[in-house]
Design a protein around this ligand. Structure first.
Ligand code: SF4
Length: 452
């Protein structure tokens, strides 16, 4: 009887993709996937430590697993991977007796081997070594559940050391993947019928091919544009200071590059941005947004924002609100600041904004952002937009959802075999988190014909 695994993933797209890779490795080692924890022989918790709350989720989840008997009468083996594992190492074992293996971010490619070793040794095992220059995951083994879209990592790690950010400590220094390897993976995605590729990196637009001196990030976009079968290209996350004119021109000229840019800003106050070591000011960011909007008038922007950073005054926070209003983001990930281990802010800057004030600020920011999103979505009512269908409802096959090039979620009725096709949809109704519409009549027939 094949052994079963369950992987639970917290955090960013990088973690989601690592989980896909671990799933592929486990299946090659003979495991089968399950989606219920009491059916699993192995539970992998792929953790995030970017926010304190994300880290707490690990220990809450371990508390739930404690009561499981497992299908063989034994509790499942538990492996903790990802950023908390890298950061805490053996301390995870000290905090929870349930954990059998702690595997750092650079060792998850060894997961099946380490599981077998831990079983043989019958005692907990910790491997958080950082052989940063070893090759990444093998190609061809990733288990991708999404039939329409796929992630491809192009840059790992980060050298920027923003004062609040734990990533350089958990993911290591910046490493670029070879262009040839990236293109092989994109071709593999296209050959499997996937239509959209999302290029990933902590600072994705800092890419410089180690195997082609002439190829920067814009050059890589040009190369991916040429891969037959791929219809849409997205990337996350770019840093504002690496958004060169050459990149903006490539975004304008390459037909497959989506009209969406997730452009983290973190604060609207230059004073706070300096303390965050972001290396861009409010004014530079707004100038960049202006250039992007004038070159790409249909571009939709999203961002990350932190409130309550050490020393953030009410005036600084007002600048965050005014920048949010000035840019008009289509979506935003916003967080209350929490000190993260090893970071400059945690070591040198007192966490001096009271928790109640952080809460008040985030509530105000999120209310503003929600009203902006609703307004932008409302303005799209009556327009016809191209939607790449990526979801069919589990309950009703005729309920579909997908995204526009600008990344707006569109819900509409249709046929389940439209999954993976681009359908023109006329928007009829809008809400803060998405819009609803109907397939545009003549084009809907075209979409049907195209999939027959
Ligand atoms: S650029 Fe800053 S926020 Fe982004 S991963 Fe690097 S250190 Fe973290």
């Amino acid at each position: 009887m094949a052994r079963k695994y369950l992987i639970e993933t917290y955090g960013c797209q990088m973690n989601v993709h690592d989980s896909e890779r671990m799933a592929g490795l486990l299946e090659q080692a003979g495991y089968e996937a399950t989606d219920t924890d009491d059916d699993a022989d192995l539970v992998v918790i792929n953790t995030c430590s970017v926010r304190e709350r994300a880290e707490e989720q690990l220990y809450t989840r371990l508390g739930h697993i404690k009561g499981l008997a497992g299908r063989t009468g034994r509790a499942p083996m538990v492996a903790v991977t990802g950023c908390v594992a890298q950061q805490e190492g053996a301390q995870v074992l000290a905090k929870s007796k349930l954990v059998d293996i702690v595997i750092g971010t650079q060792r998850v490619k060894m997961l099946p081997v380490l599981v077998a070793r831990a079983e043989a040794a019958a005692e907990p095992l910790v491997d958080v070594a950082t052989p940063y220059d070893e090759p990444t995951f093998p190609l061809g083994l990733t288990r991708r559940d999404d039939p329409v879209k796929g992630f491809v990592t192009i840059v790992e790690g980060c050298n920027d050391y923003c004062s609040y950010c734990v990533v350089p400590y958990t993911r290591g220094h910046e490493r670029m993947r070879a262009k040839a390897e990236i293109l092989r993976e994109v071709e593999e995605l296209a050959a499997s019928g996937r239509k959209e590729v999302q290029l990933l990196g902590q600072i994705v637009n800092h890419y410089q091919a180690p195997d082609d001196a002439a190829c920067d990030f814009a050059g890589l976009l040009e190369a991916v544009q040429d891969v037959r079968g791929i219809e849409r290209i997205r990337f996350a996350s770019p840093h504002p200071r690496h958004c060169s004119d050459r990149l903006i021109a490539a975004m304008r000229d390459l037909s497959k590059v989506c009209r969406h840019l997730h452009l983290p800003v973190q604060s609207g106050s230059t004073r706070v941005l300096k303390a965050m070591r972001r290396r861009h000011t409010r004014e530079e960011y707004l100038r960049l947004v202006e250039k992007l909007k004038s070159t790409l008038p249909d571009l939709q922007l999203s961002t990350d924002m932190i409130v309550g950073f050490p020393g953030e005054t009410d005036d600084d926070f007002r600048e965050t609100l005014s920048l949010t209003e000035a840019v008009g983001y289509h979506s935003m990930f916003s967080f209350k600041y929490s000190p993260r281990p090893n970071t400059l802010a945690a070591q040198r800057m007192p966490d001096d904004v009271p928790e109640a004030e952080k809460t008040r600020r985030i509530v105000e920011l999120q209310a503003l952002q929600k009203s902006i999103q609703a307004r932008l979505h409302e303005a799209s009512v009556g327009r016809t937009v191209d939607v790449l269908v990526d979801t069919t409802s589990r309950r009703r096959a005729w309920e579909l959802a997908g995204r526009t090039s600008g990344n707006t979620v569109v819900n509409f009725p249709g046929e389940s075999h439209w999954l993976g096709t681009v359908v023109p949809v006329t928007i009829e109704r809008a809400g803060a988190f998405g819009v609803w519409g109907r397939p545009a009549a003549s084009e809907a027939r075209h979409a049907e014909a195209a999939t027959c």
